[in-house]
Design a protein around this ligand. Structure first.
Ligand code: CA
Length: 296
C-alpha cells in the first residue's frame, strides 16, 4: 500500500477483555500494527482495564484519545475495537462524537455473548464455581499486568462482576439502550453507517469445520478453546466464532460476518497461527483504505 491509502486520522486499536498492548515482546495485534504502518497509517495500540465494565474502559479510552490528539495534533481518531474493545469504542464515540471519526467493531459482542450468558447461568457469582472462576480471572489479570510491557500508566482498576455483566446479552441490552449509535434495528440487519458524524463498521468470523480447524490452527490451543466455547451457543449455534455470534457482532456497515476466523484468529492470534486460507491482516489493511476513501 502507498501513503495514498493511509486514513486521515490516527487509528486507535482497543483490545478486548483480558486485553493488553504487549506481553513481554508479544503484541496483542500480532503483525497488524506493522502492516497498517506500512500503508502509512498512524497507529496507536492502547490499554484499558483488562477486566472492567465497558463504561469504565470507555472513560479510560477517552483519556487516551485526549493524549493522542494532543500528541499528534489530529482533530479526531478512528477507533478499532476487538471484542469488548468494540463496546469500549462505542461508549467513547457516543460520549465524544466530536473526537471520533469512526468506530469499527472486530468480532464485537454488540448484542452480547452467549458464552457470557452460559457462564452467568452455570457459574453464578455467589456459587463456589463462580468464585473459583473469579479468582482464576483475577490471577490471570494480575499475571498479565506483570508481563505487560506496552503500557505505562497508572494501575488499572479491576471489577470482575462488572466485566462479566458488560458481556452478557442482558448486560449489553442495557448498554445498547444508552448507546444505540450504529446498531441495526432488526436482528441480522445492518446499522446506519453515519450517526452524529461518526462512521460505524463491523466485521466478524465464524467457526467453519474444514477451514478454521485446519492449517496452522491445528497447533493453536486457542482454536480448541473456541470450539469448546461454541458448544454453549443456542441462538447462534453453528454461527459463532467461539465467543461472539455472527449476528450479535453487527454494527453499522457490515463488511463481512462469515470470515473463516475464530475469535482469536481475527486479530491474528496466536503468533499468526490461523486456519487454512485465512488472512486476518488483509482485512485491517483493506479497512484502512476504506476509511481513507470515506475521508476519515
Ligand atoms: Ca488461531
Amino acid at each position: 500500500m502507498s501513503q495514498g491509502t493511509a486514513p486521515r486520522y490516527p487509528l486507535v486499536l482497543v483490545p478486548g477483555m483480558l486485553g493488553f498492548v504487549r506481553l513481554l515482546l508479544y503484541p496483542y495485534w500480532y503483525g497488524i500494527i506493522a502492516a497498517l504502518r506500512r500503508g502509512g497509517a498512524t497507529v496507536f495500540a492502547v490499554q484499558v482495564s483488562p477486566l472492567n465494565s465497558s463504561e469504565v474502559r470507555g472513560e479510560q479510552l477517552l483519556a487516551r484519545i485526549d493524549e493522542i490528539l494532543r500528541e499528534t495534533g489530529a482533530e479526531k481518531v478512528n477507533l478499532i475495537g476487538h471484542s469488548q474493545g468494540s463496546l469500549t469504542a462505542r461508549y467513547a464515540a457516543a460520549m465524544r462524537p466530536d473526537r471520533v471519526a469512526s468506530v469499527t467493531s472486530v468480532a464485537g459482542p454488540n448484542h452480547g455473548s452467549e458464552l457470557a450468558d452460559y457462564l452467568e447461568k452455570h457459574y453464578p457469582a455467589d456459587s463456589a464455581k463462580g468464585r473459583l472462576l473469579s479468582v482464576l480471572l483475577r490471577l490471570i489479570g494480575a499475571l498479565m499486568s506483570l508481563l505487560e510491557t506496552g503500557y505505562r500508566g497508572p494501575k488499572l482498576p479491576v471489577d470482575i462482576p462488572a466485566s462479566h455483566q458488560s458481556l452478557t446479552t442482558a448486560g449489553v441490552a442495557l448498554f445498547n439502550q444508552r448507546f444505540p449509535q450504529g446498531l441495526p434495528l432488526t436482528w441480522g440487519g445492518q446499522g446506519p453507517e453515519l450517526v452524529n458524524g461518526v462512521r460505524y463498521y463491523s466485521w466478524s468470523g465464524t467457526l467453519q469445520p474444514g477451514k478454521t480447524d485446519r492449517g496452522r490452527n491445528l497447533i493453536d490451543g486457542t482454536n480448541r478453546s473456541c470450539r469448546l466455547f461454541a458448544r454453549t451457543f443456542v441462538r447462534e449455534a453453528g454461527h459463532c466464532d467461539g465467543m461472539v455470534g455472527r449476528y450479535s457482532s453487527h454494527l453499522g456497515t457490515v463488511i463481512g460476518d462469515e470470515y473463516p476466523l475464530d475469535h482469536f484468529d481475527i486479530v491474528n492470534q496466536s503468533l499468526g497461527l490461523v486456519g487454512k486460507g485465512a488472512e486476518p491482516i488483509r482485512l485491517f489493511v483493506e479497512h484502512a483504505a476504506r476509511l481513507q476513501a470515506a475521508g476519515v
